[in-house]
Design a protein around this ligand. Structure first.
Ligand code: M6R
Length: 606
């Protein structure tokens, strides 16, 4: 989604803005622009273009010593990808950038008589016109009055003509963080990665509070004019963590970070061989007496929830419902005060997940967020939060975040079992002891990278691919298919292996790749039978299983052996293989896996 950066301070702004936008590229975008106060003047200049930040760099002035400006990467929502629709938008005295959606822009066009006066097709320009119409020389009053009319989600970064060195910020729902350092000045951004080069301390701008940034500091007031003290947070990673460090893409770097991410998420939470969330401030009363679990999430995070569902339901015996956040919001929730609601989100900003959490909170106090980004909105709004410690995930395709989300679900499931005596303690201890072995197992899988890479060449020519498995392997298949389609643009579907013959097998013809996962002993032979069914129809079968060798070579075309580990944990090994396969298929097709078309890292619009 749109990326925002703003800077006002003691040094030239342009490089900070452009470098910040480059760091925000991972969020997904299709045009870019900056605006800045001309040197020693209250006049504002704008440079913007459809295309990449590199295209923007080509049209900015080389010698720009302005010390105050704002920059934006746009992910098109209202209006196509054109220069005119790119941000910043200027209407007379007001120049602004925006992330979010103005829902009542039609009414605003009527109320402010803007028909025929706008130069773009965007809702953002309408907002600029609203603030401008309310501007009588006082920026804060203009923003307050404008907000009385503007409805929707927004993070605005605004400059007013003749107010040099000042940037005004305000948000509702859409994320926005800011910071001040004595050495540099004041920064604002849609996320911390934009200014992590300068500081690892930041605060989240409270909703409906107006921030004024100058080279001397940041003042925040609520709409009544009361001063608000920002709550600074610190992250334990720095700029090097958010760089590629010699890898060609973030995605493959992040795939390789999984053993560490897993250990960082799991190890400190194991005490006396059992999961323990006391360091997270999570009280066991959260789990005591629950009758069921609802997991709410989107995309990969939801697929991680599916793996958790399979574990909790089958081993702990509690019913688990996994809800797609965007659907949950419009359904009648069956949650009671004995339901544990787990929301899963890497970014902690996905709007549908956030709104679903808000709805769930009207039904139960037992909300637990599994989130990666510290201080994000979902983390703040959930009653409890269990942070995953994957470090920043920059590639659009989620990899290490998925692995740690599944790990977190496993820990939560085990704790539910302990607290409610739903499983023998010794069994849980043995499970946890094996869980600690997962990083080593993943390392072994990573050693197979070059072999897996050779299979990607075969995948790259496919139009369709199918991922099949049963039980836990089926839940993983969904994530495998998503990974392949989002970064290689190959149509991919996941099927429960036994369900194929109820229709979908009609799509299997000569050479169609079928990625079969068969790691679960109790259904192994059944999956092998299902594989034979597709093989008999000409499928090119890639089999992931724990067999050291396949005794009957007619079962598959390619066999990828997984290191020995208990069945419930194979999902971690197989996930890494599917990620590597998708990554190299994308590379083979000359797609940039870090920035697939049409996608955004953090989906902050509905
Ligand atoms: O930040 P979130 O985990 O809430 O994001 C949810 C999905 O948008 C996300 O998992 C998406 O499906 C992945 N980036 C795909 O790889």
């Amino acid at each position: 989604m749109c990326g925002i950066i703003g800077f006002t301070g003691k040094r030239a702004a342009q490089d900070i803005l452009l470098d910040g936008l480059q760091r925000l590229e991972y969020r997904g975008y299709d045009s870019a622009g900056i605006a800045f106060f001309k040197e020693n003047s209250g006049h504002i200049s704008v440079r913007k273009t459809a295309g990449k930040v590199s295209d923007l760099r080509a049209i900015v002035d080389e010698e720009n010593i302005s010390t105050c400006g704002i920059g934006h990467t746009r992910w098109a929502t209202h209006g196509g990808v054109t220069n005119a629709n790119a941000h910043p938008h200027r209407v007379n005295n007001v120049t602004l950038i925006h992330n979010g959606i103005i829902e009542n822009y039609h009414q605003l066009i009527e109320k402010y008589k803007l028909m025929g006066k706008l130069r773009s097709e965007t809702d953002t320009e309408v907002a600029a016109a609203v603030f401008d119409a309310n501007f009588n020389g006082n920026p804060i009053e203009a923003i307050k009055k404008g907000l009385e009319d503007i409805k929707g989600s927004f993070a605005f970064c605004i400059m007013f003509k003749n107010h040099p060195g000042e940037i005004y910020i305000v948000r509702n729902v859409s994320p926005m963080v800011a910071t001040y350092t004595k050495e540099q000045g004041a920064f604002v951004a849609s996320d911390l990665t934009a200014f992590i080069e300068f500081t690892n301390k930041y605060f989240v701008l409270p909703e409906y509070c107006i921030g004024k940034l100058t080279k001397d500091g940041i003042e925040i007031h609520d709409l009544e004019g009361k001063e608000v003290e920002p709550e600074y947070l610190t992250v334990d990673w720095d700029v090097s963590t958010a760089e590629k460090n010699g890898y060609p893409h973030y995605m493959i770097k992040e795939i390789h970070e999984q053993p560490t991410a897993f250990a960082n998420t799991v190890n400190f939470r194991i005490k006396n061989n059992l999961p323990d969330f006391s360091d997270d401030g999570i009280d066991d009363s959260l789990f005591e007496g629950i009758t069921d679990v609802t997991v709410i999430a989107c995309g990969t995070a939801m697929y991680a929830g599916n793996v958790g569902r399979s574990l909790i339901q089958n081993h702990i015996g509690l019913p688990v419902n996994v809800a797609i956040a965007s659907e949950f919001r419009y359904e009648r929730p069956t949650i009671t005060d004995k339901t544990l609601v787990i929301v899963v989100s890497q970014s902690g900003e996905t709007i549908d997940t956030l709104e679903a959490l808000r709805l769930a909170k009207t039904k139960t106090d037992r909300t637990l967020a599994v989130v990666n980004v510290k201080g994000s909105t979902i983390a703040r709004e959930s009653k409890y939060v269990l942070y995953t410690h994957a470090g920043p995930e920059i590639a659009v395709a989620s990899t290490k975040a998925y692995t740690v989300q599944v790990a977190a679900m496993y820990l939560i499931g085990a704790r539910i079992g302990v607290v409610n005596n739903l499983c023998e303690k010794s069994k849980i201890e043995s499970f946890i002891a094996d869980l600690k072995k997962v990083p080593d197992a993943i390392k072994k899988v990573l050693e197979m990278e070059d072999i897996i890479r050779t299979y990607a060449a075969r995948m790259a020519n496919a139009h369709d691919a199918f991922f099949i498995g049963r039980g836990l392997d089926y839940t993983l298949s969904m994530e495998g298919a998503l990974k392949l389609k989002e970064i290689s643009y190959i149509h991919a579907e996941a099927y429960a292996a036994g369900e194929l013959k109820h229709g979908t097998i009609a799509l299997i013809s000569e050479g169609v790749p079928v990625i079969a996962i068969a790691t679960q002993e109790h259904v192994y032979q059944k999956v092998i039978s299902n594989i034979r069914e597709v093989k008999a129809r000409g499928a090119f079968v890639v089999l992931l299983s724990k067999d050291e060798k396949i005794t009957d070579p007619s079962v598959c075309d390619v066999h990828i052996p997984l290191p020995a580990i208990r069945d419930e944990l194979s999902v971690f090994e197989a996930a890494v293989i599917l990620q590597i396969l998708a990554y190299y298929t994308s590379v083979e097709k000359d797609v940039n896996p870090d920035q697939p078309r049409n996608l955004a890292k953090s989906v902050t619009v509905e």
